[in-house]
Design a protein around this ligand. Structure first.
Ligand code: BES
Ligand code: MN
Ligand code: ZN
Length: 495
C-alpha cells in the first residue's frame, strides 16, 4: 500500500476514513487545531461533543462520526492523544494503531491521518508523521491469515496530513518500516507447515531480489563443509533439511561488513527428545522470530539505502524428536572447534546460533547483533514486552540500547558476570548446553559469547515481546515485529 504525505487542508482531504488525533481538551471554548478546523467544517459539531464530554482527548479514546457532510472524507474517527506535553512516541503509536485497527474491518478502505502540530519535546512532527505511516501499514494487517473471513483488511491507500518540514521523507521511512514489520509478522504468523527452512530461505531469496540484497543459501552439504556441527545436530531429527541464509547490503562500498545481524530460525521447536508439554509447544511456530526480524530489518536497510555494509544471517532448522534425533549426552563440535555436551535438546537455539555467530565472525563482521526467542527465563525476568540485552562490550551495548530508545522500543541490559559462565562448564566437553534453572537467560547468553571471539556483540532475547498471546485494541496478537526498527536504527548509527 502506498502512503502519501500532504499538508492539508483537513476538510478537503478525500478518504473513506479521516483519523484526527487531538490532545486533551481543556475547554470547548478553546479548541486547538485541528479540532477547530474540523469544528468549522462540521458546523460546531466538535464544540458540542466537547461540551457534552463525549470527547475529552484522553489518551486512546476513540469517537466515530459516520455522517460528516462538511468534509470531503466520508467518515471521521477522532482519537485522543492525552496531554500533548506528556506525549511520547510509544503513546502516540498506541493511539494511532488503536485507530487504524478500528477501521480496518472492511475491504479496500482508504485512510488519512491528521495530527496536530504537537510542539512537544519528545515527539517531533517528523516522528509523528513517521509513526502515522507505520500505524497505517501495521494496523490493518491481522493474524487471521487462514480465516475465510479475516477480521482485518489492508487499506487501499493511505495519506498522512502533516505540517512537518520533511514529511515526505518521514512518511516514506515509516511506510518502509511498517512493511518490514509486517513481513516479519507474517512469517511468524504462518504455520510451521508452511514456513520451514527451505521455504523460509526461498522467501528470503525473493525478498532479496525484490529489494536489491545479495543472497546466498547454504544447504546441508555446504553446512557440512562449513563444519557447522552444532546447527546440523539440531536439524537431524527433522525430515526438513536445514538452511543458512546470508543476505548482504553493500551500502558502504568496499570493505568488511560493519554489522552482522544473526537470527535464530527454529521454524518449529518441539523440544526434540526433551519434548515440550502441549502448553509449551502451542506457540512454537514463533521460534523463528529472530530470523524473521533479521529479514524484515534487512529489507528496510536496503530500501532506505543506508550507507553502511550490513550482512544478515538466519540459522534455519526444525527441532523434532525422531529415531535420528540428536540425543542427551551427545558431544557436538561447533564450527569454531568448541565441543558441546548436550544435556537438553530443548536448549537448541543456542546450538544453532553458535555456528551462525562463528560464521559471521569469519565473514569479517566488525560488530554483531543476534536475535533469538531464546529462553522462557528471559520472559520470567522481564515480562512479555521488554527485550533482554546481553553483551561482551559496554560501548556497543549502550549504542544498541540508544538505538532501541530512538526506535521507541523497550530493551533492558542484563548482567554477564563470569560466574554465569562457570555454570555451563562440562566434565566431558568444553561446555554443556544448559546450566541450572536459575539465571537461565544469562547462562544461555554466556553460551553464545563463546562463539563471537572478541567481536563487539549484543544478544537480544525476544522470547517475550516477539509474539503476543492475544489481541489488544492497540496491537494485534501473534507476531509483533519488535526490534525491526531497533536494528535499522543500530545500522544507521554505524553509517
Ligand atoms: N524456544 C524456546 C524458548 C521460548 C520459550 C521462546 C517461550 C518463546 C516462548 C527455547 O528453545 C527453549 O526451549 N528454551 C528452554 C531452555 C531450557 C531447556 C534451558 C526454556 O526456556 O525452557
Ligand atoms: Mn527449545
Ligand atoms: Zn527454541
Amino acid at each position: 500500500m502506498d502512503i502519501n504525505a500532504t499538508n492539508g487542508p483537513l476538510a478537503q482531504t478525500e478518504a473513506d476514513w479521516l483519523i484526527v488525533g487531538y490532545g486533551t481538551i481543556d475547554s470547548a471554548e478553546s479548541l486547538s487545531t485541528p479540532l477547530l478546523e474540523l469544528d468549522t467544517a462540521l458546523d460546531g459539531a466538535i464544540h458540542r461533543l466537547a461540551t457534552s464530554g463525549d470527547i475529552t482527548g484522553k489518551l486512546g479514546e476513540t469517537h466515530l462520526l459516520a455522517d460528516v457532510p462538511g468534509l470531503s472524507a466520508s467518515r471521521l474517527l477522532l482519537v485522543g492523544l492525552g496531554t500533548t506535553s506528556e506525549l511520547t512516541s510509544r503513546k502516540l503509536e498506541k493511539a494511532l494503531v488503536t485507530a487504524t485497527r478500528r477501521i480496518s474491518k472492511k475491504t479496500s478502505v482508504s485512510v488519512a491521518i491528521s495530527l496536530p502540530g504537537l510542539s512537544c519535546d519528545a515527539v517531533s512532527d517528523e516522528d509523528a508523521a513517521n509513526l502515522a505511516a507505520i500505524a497505517i501499514q501495521v494496523g490493518c494487517v491481522g493474524q487471521g491469515l487462514y480465516r475465510a473471513k479475516p477480521a482485518r483488511h489492508a487499506f487501499s491507500t493511505g495519506t498522512v496530513i502533516s505540517s512537518a518540514q520533511a514529511s515526505d521523507a518521514a512518511v516514506n521511512r515509516g511506510s518502509i518500516l511498517g512493511q518490514a514489520i509486517n513481513l516479519t509478522r507474517e512469517l511468524v504468523n504462518r504455520t510451521a507447515m508452511e514456513v520451514y527452512p527451505e521455504t523460509f530461505a526461498d522467501r528470503a531469496a525473493a525478498a532479496a531480489t525484490e529489494f536489491g540484497l545479495e543472497c546466498e543459501i547454504l544447504d546441508e552439504n555446504r553446512l557440512q563443509q562449513e563444519r557447522m556441527g552444532s546447527l546440523l545436530a539440531v536439524a537431524q531429527g527433522s525430515v526438513k533439511p536445514p538452511r543458512v541464509v546470508v543476505l548482504k547490503h553493500n551500502g558502504g562500498g568496499d570493505g568488511a561488513p560493519a554489522l552482522a545481524i544473526c537470527g535464530k530460525g527454529v521454524t518449529f521447536d518441539s523440544g526434540g527428545l526433551s519434548l515440550k508439554s502441549n502448553e509449551g509447544m502451542k506457540t512454537m511456530k514463533c521460534d523463528m522470530a529472530g530470523a524473521a526480524t533479521m529479514l524484515g530489518a534487512m529489507t528496510a536497510i536496503a530500501r532506505l539505502n543506508l550507507p553502511v555494509n550490513v550482512i544478515g544471517l538466519a540459522g534455519l532448522v526444525e527441532n523434532m524428536p525422531d529415531g535420528n534425533s540428536f540425543k542427551l549426552g551427545d558431544v557436538l563440535t561447533a564450527r569454531n572447534g568448541t565441543t558441546i555436551e548436550v544435556l537438553n535438546t530443548d536448549a537448541e537455539g543456542r546450538l544453532v546460533l553458535a555456528d551462525v555467530l562463528a560464521y559471521a565472525v569469519d565473514l569479517g563482521a566488525e560488530r554483531l547483533i543476534d536475535l533469538a526467542t531464546l529462553t522462557g527465563a528471559c520472559v520470567v525476568a522481564l515480562g512479555e514486552e521488554v527485550t533482554g540485552t546481553f553483551s561482551n562490550c559496554p560501548d556497543w551495548s549502550q549504542a544498541v540500547g540508544q538505538a532501541a530508545e530512538r526506535a521507541g522500543e523497550l530493551a533492558w541490559p542484563m548482567p554477564m558476570h563470569d560466574l554465569f559462565g562457570d555454570l555451563i562448564k562440562s566434565d566431558v566437553a568444553d561446555i554443556k548446553n544448559v546450566g541450572p534453572r536459575w539465571g537461565g537467560a544469562v547462562t544461555a547468553a554466556k553460551f553464545l559469547e563463546r562463539f563471537v571471539d572478541s567481536t563487539p556483540w549484543v544478544h537480544l532475547d525476544i522470547a517475550g515481546p516477539s509474539f503476543a498471546s492475544s489481541n489488544k485494541p492497540h496491537r494485534e496478537g501473534g507476531g509483533t515485529g519488535c526490534m525491526v526498527r531497533t536494528l535499522v536504527a543500530a545500522a544507521e548509527s554505524l553509517a
